[in-house]
Every structure is written in structure tokens, then in C-alpha cells.
Write a protein that binds this ligand. Sequence first.
Ligand code: ACO
Length: 381
Amino acid sequence: MTTTVNTPAPNPQGLAGIVAATTALSKVEGNLGRLIYRGYNIHDLAKTSTFEEVAHLLWAGHLPNSAELAAFKTKLAAHRKLSPAALSVLQALPKTAEPMDVLRTAVSADGATGEISGTPTLDQAIMLTARIPVILAAFARLRSGQTPLESRADLGHAANYLYLMTGEVPSEAQERALNAYLVMLADHGMNASTFTARVVASTQSDLASAVVAAIGALKGPLHGGAPSKVKDMLEEIRAAGGKEGAEKWLRGQLDSGQVLMGFGHRVYRTVDPRAEELKGMAELASPQEFEFASYIEDLALRLLGEYKPGRKIYTNVEYYSAVLLGSLGLPGDFFTPTFASSRVAGWTAHVLEQAANNRIIRPESDYTGPETAAFVPLAQR
Ligand code: ACO
């Protein structure tokens, strides 16, 4: 008789370096600072394309031609409405609720109406992607005592979001800036929220459940929750004396074991290409904010080099996202939800990819508890 020994698999903390799926959607080359979506370099996409083109690229596998884009935009625009279920949820939640919690709850309500049930489909992905900015803007207005606005079919996805949020049609430069942001954040390999969505999809659950779970994963400050924390950090440094008090403030954080928000990345061991693009855009959008943020960035990088020598910590995508999104008039607590309104394209594309070639994602754990424990009945414990 042979005995099978269960040798524990390698277990690096945080699954670093583990390949969890195959994907044709995006590739992150951390050492080169290169990101591609289906072969297209992020720098080219960010400079020239719209969110709609990139969502089409991720979902359909190719960049749309003019006719395809027009048809796709019409379809997306047709779904830019608040469902009665989502509206009731928004009205029932306290005005003080965190927008990420509101988004998660409203998407969950939409998932309970039966519209997004069963096997995930592309139409459902389009519907969810169209609805997320509408949900966000409706909550932004409701919490400040205003009535939500109706979407405008003549505006693109980015412009309509800004219109719904601010009540004003954005300038061409503002629309371009938000498009570039939405394009750059749409997908990023096996990041935590995408992995979460794929795990849910792998159980043959539905698209709304996968997106609700992904929103929950994105919310954390080590993932998508960082940009509002970057904003808080910059504000705290200003309050603590601005440039003059900055080094003391940053050292205080590092001395007490805190991380500096907007720096470091699991995969990038060089400059994040999205951070580079966002930095240039933030400079154009808000020169004064940029000047301060860039001073703090240089200082933070110098201190991170001193405190964490050899760790290769660079500025991440969240740092200048905070400056850019703030310059577009979005409140700080809407930075991460705006990230979600972009990443939903990636999440849903990954769910469809997982569903098309599925095996349940079910890893193992390395048990560290005792092997044997003598059972003691309740009355004798
Ligand atoms: N500030 C201070 N120290 C840091 C930072 C930082 N921003 N980033 C990494 N480090 C430290 C780690 O604590 C670790 O220290 P140690 O070796 O003494 O234990 C060392 O540098 C190496 O860390 P990594 O292995 O590179 O980091 P990890 O992969 O575990 O975490 C993460 C990556 C979570 C993004 C981390 O860099 C971090 O917490 N950054 C700040 C939060 C942030 O900006 N999040 C947004 C990320 S981008 C995104 O998700 C879209």
C-alpha cells in the first residue's frame, strides 16, 4: 500500500508571483513598466481613445470601427438610467454613507431584480457599466438635497458622468482627461478585485454578484481606496505646515510603521506607466495642486529610499489620480467609486472570459493548527 503525502504547495504571502488565471485581456510587465490591453500599449490608448473604445476592445476583442463604435455608444447610452430598485436603495441609505458602500448596495439591488441573473452575458456587462456612473451621480446629488439629473444621450460616457455629477457639460479638456483616466484604469491583470470577480464567476454565480464582490475588494486602501487617502495625506501635510513641515510629517508616518499612500505596487518594480500619464495630465489640469503634489512626491520617494532601501518603491497610479480627479470637481470620496466605474469594464470582461473556459477556482491552504486535539464535551470544558 502506498501512502500519499500531501506536500503543501509553495505559499508566498499574498500569493505574490502565483499565476492564478490565463487571460487575453491585459498584461502587466512590472519590471519594464509596461501595460498592454490586447496588445495595445496603454500610452497609445490613453492619449487617443475613449472609454467606450477600450470597453469594446476588452469585451469584443478588437478596437471598434466608426460604425461599431456608434452602435456601441447608442447601446451604452440606452442603459444610462437608474433602476427603481437602485433609486429606492439610494433614498433609503443615510446621506453620510460611503459612496463605495452605496455603489455596492445599489448594484446588489439591481442584481436582485432578475435583470442580471443567470449566465453572465455581454449585454449585462454593458448594462452594469452604463449604470454605475448614474448610480454614483444620483447619490452625490441626493446627499446634497438635489434631484438626480437625467443622462444625456448626446454625451459620451465620460462627459455624461461629469454632467450628472456637476450639472454642467464639461469642457473638451475635462472630458479628455476623464476619458484618459477611465481608459488607463479599465483593466490591470490579476489585481485583487479582478481576482475576486473571477473567483465568484468560477462558481457559476451571476455577473452582479461578481461585481458586488469586486467593489468590496476595490474599496480597501491597499487597492482602490488609496486616492482619497492621498488627498487626505496631502491635506494633512498642508495643515502641518505645508512644504516646511512635510519631511517631519512623512517621517512620522514611516517611523510609526504607516505606509505612504500613492506609493508602492505589488507588480511594478519601476515607474507605473499609468502614473506617468496621469502626472502629465494632472500638471495641465491643476498646476498649483500639481506643484505641491510633485514636491511631496519627490520627498516621499527620497524617504522611502532611505527607510526601505532596495525595495524599489515608485509612485503608483493612485497618487496623481487624486490630483486629476479633484481638478475635475469630483469629491474625494468619489475617487474610488470613479475607479470602479472604469474597472467594471475589466471585471466584466474577466467574468465573461472565466465563464467561457471555467474551472472552479479553489486553492488550498497550508494548515498551521494542531494535528490532534482531545475532544472535551461541553459540560466538562
Ligand atoms: N509606504 C511605506 N512602505 C511601503 C510602501 C509605502 N507606500 N509600499 C511598500 N512599502 C514597504 C512594505 O511595507 C515592505 O516593507 P518591508 O520589506 O520592511 O516589510 C516593502 O516596502 C516591500 O513592499 P512590497 O512587497 O513591494 O509591497 P506589497 O506588494 O506587499 O504591497 C501595496 C503593495 C499594498 C500597494 C503597498 O505598496 C502599499 O501599501 N502602498 C500604499 C497604499 C497604496 O498606494 N495603494 C494603492 C496601490 S495601486 C492599486 O491598487 C490600484
